[in-house]
Design a protein around this ligand. Structure first.
Ligand code: ZN
Ligand code: ZN
Length: 213
């Protein structure tokens, strides 16, 4: 006989089986460098992604995505461009920061930045944000930081747009970094306190609280 409890039990069993089946699927790459174009006036190509970063329009770009394990083996495009696996990918232009925010774009074209320390802001927590405008996790960090920046005058963000993984600034700072965004945080005394790869917002909050003491 199938009572309610037994049904729930068999449902659970089916669910467990499904989970096992899913785990056995080929693993996807990390979404490290997702395809929103560098320029805000990007045009979508016939593949529905910004033409500038499309690996089907520019097959020579595939290698740098693969190197960062941003690759969907099933559809042979970067995970970050795979609209089949990620129908929620958003390629629209990013939001603007609040006017009061202490936020400066140090590098906008991937050119080299030999040192961070000269750009520290006195008596403020300084966050160096290595990002790319084609990277949705970077936008998550922006969206998280903007309201904080609007109410906190003791926080400064210095942004470094890497352009791509092959630019001088990326070569210098991101050799060992698996994914964007990459945040390097200094406390008010100018001491480096943390580096966070990826949009780890809870960790960021914790580090910002610690660095503010
Ligand atoms: Zn294309
Ligand atoms: Zn895919």
């Amino acid at each position: 006989m199938f009572g309610p409890t037994q049904s729930a039990g068999s449902l659970l069993a089916v669910f467990a089986l499904l989970l096992t089946a899913c785990a056995a699927q080929p693993t996807h790459g990390t979404i490290s460098s997702m395809s929103v174009a560098k320029n805000h006036d990007w045009k979508a190509c016939e593949h529905g992604v910004p033409e500038e970063v499309c690996v089907r329009c520019h097959p020579e770009r595939a290698a740098s995505f693969k190197k960062k394990k941003d690759w969907c083996p099933e559809h042979e495009v970067p995970e970050s461009q795979c609209l089949e696996c990620h129908p929620d990918l958003d390629f629209s232009p990013p939001k603007q920061p609040p006017p009061s925010a202490d936020i400066v774009q140090l590098v906008s074209d991937g050119s080299d930045l030999p040192a961070l320390e000269p750009h520290l802001v006195a008596n403020k927590v300084t966050v160096f944000d290595f990002h790319a405008t084609w990277c949705p996790p970077c936008r998550k960090v922006d969206e998280h930081l903007y309201p904080i920046l609007a109410r906190r005058s003791d926080l400064a963000v210095r942004k470094i747009d890497i352009g791509s993984w092959d630019t001088p600034v990326a070569e210098r700072w991101l050799q060992e970094v698996p994914e964007l965004p990459y945040l390097v945080i200094f406390d008010k005394q100018g001491k480096r306190v943390a580096a966070i790869a990826g949009a780890k917002l809870d960790e960021l909050d914790r580090v910002l609280a610690e660095a503010s003491r």
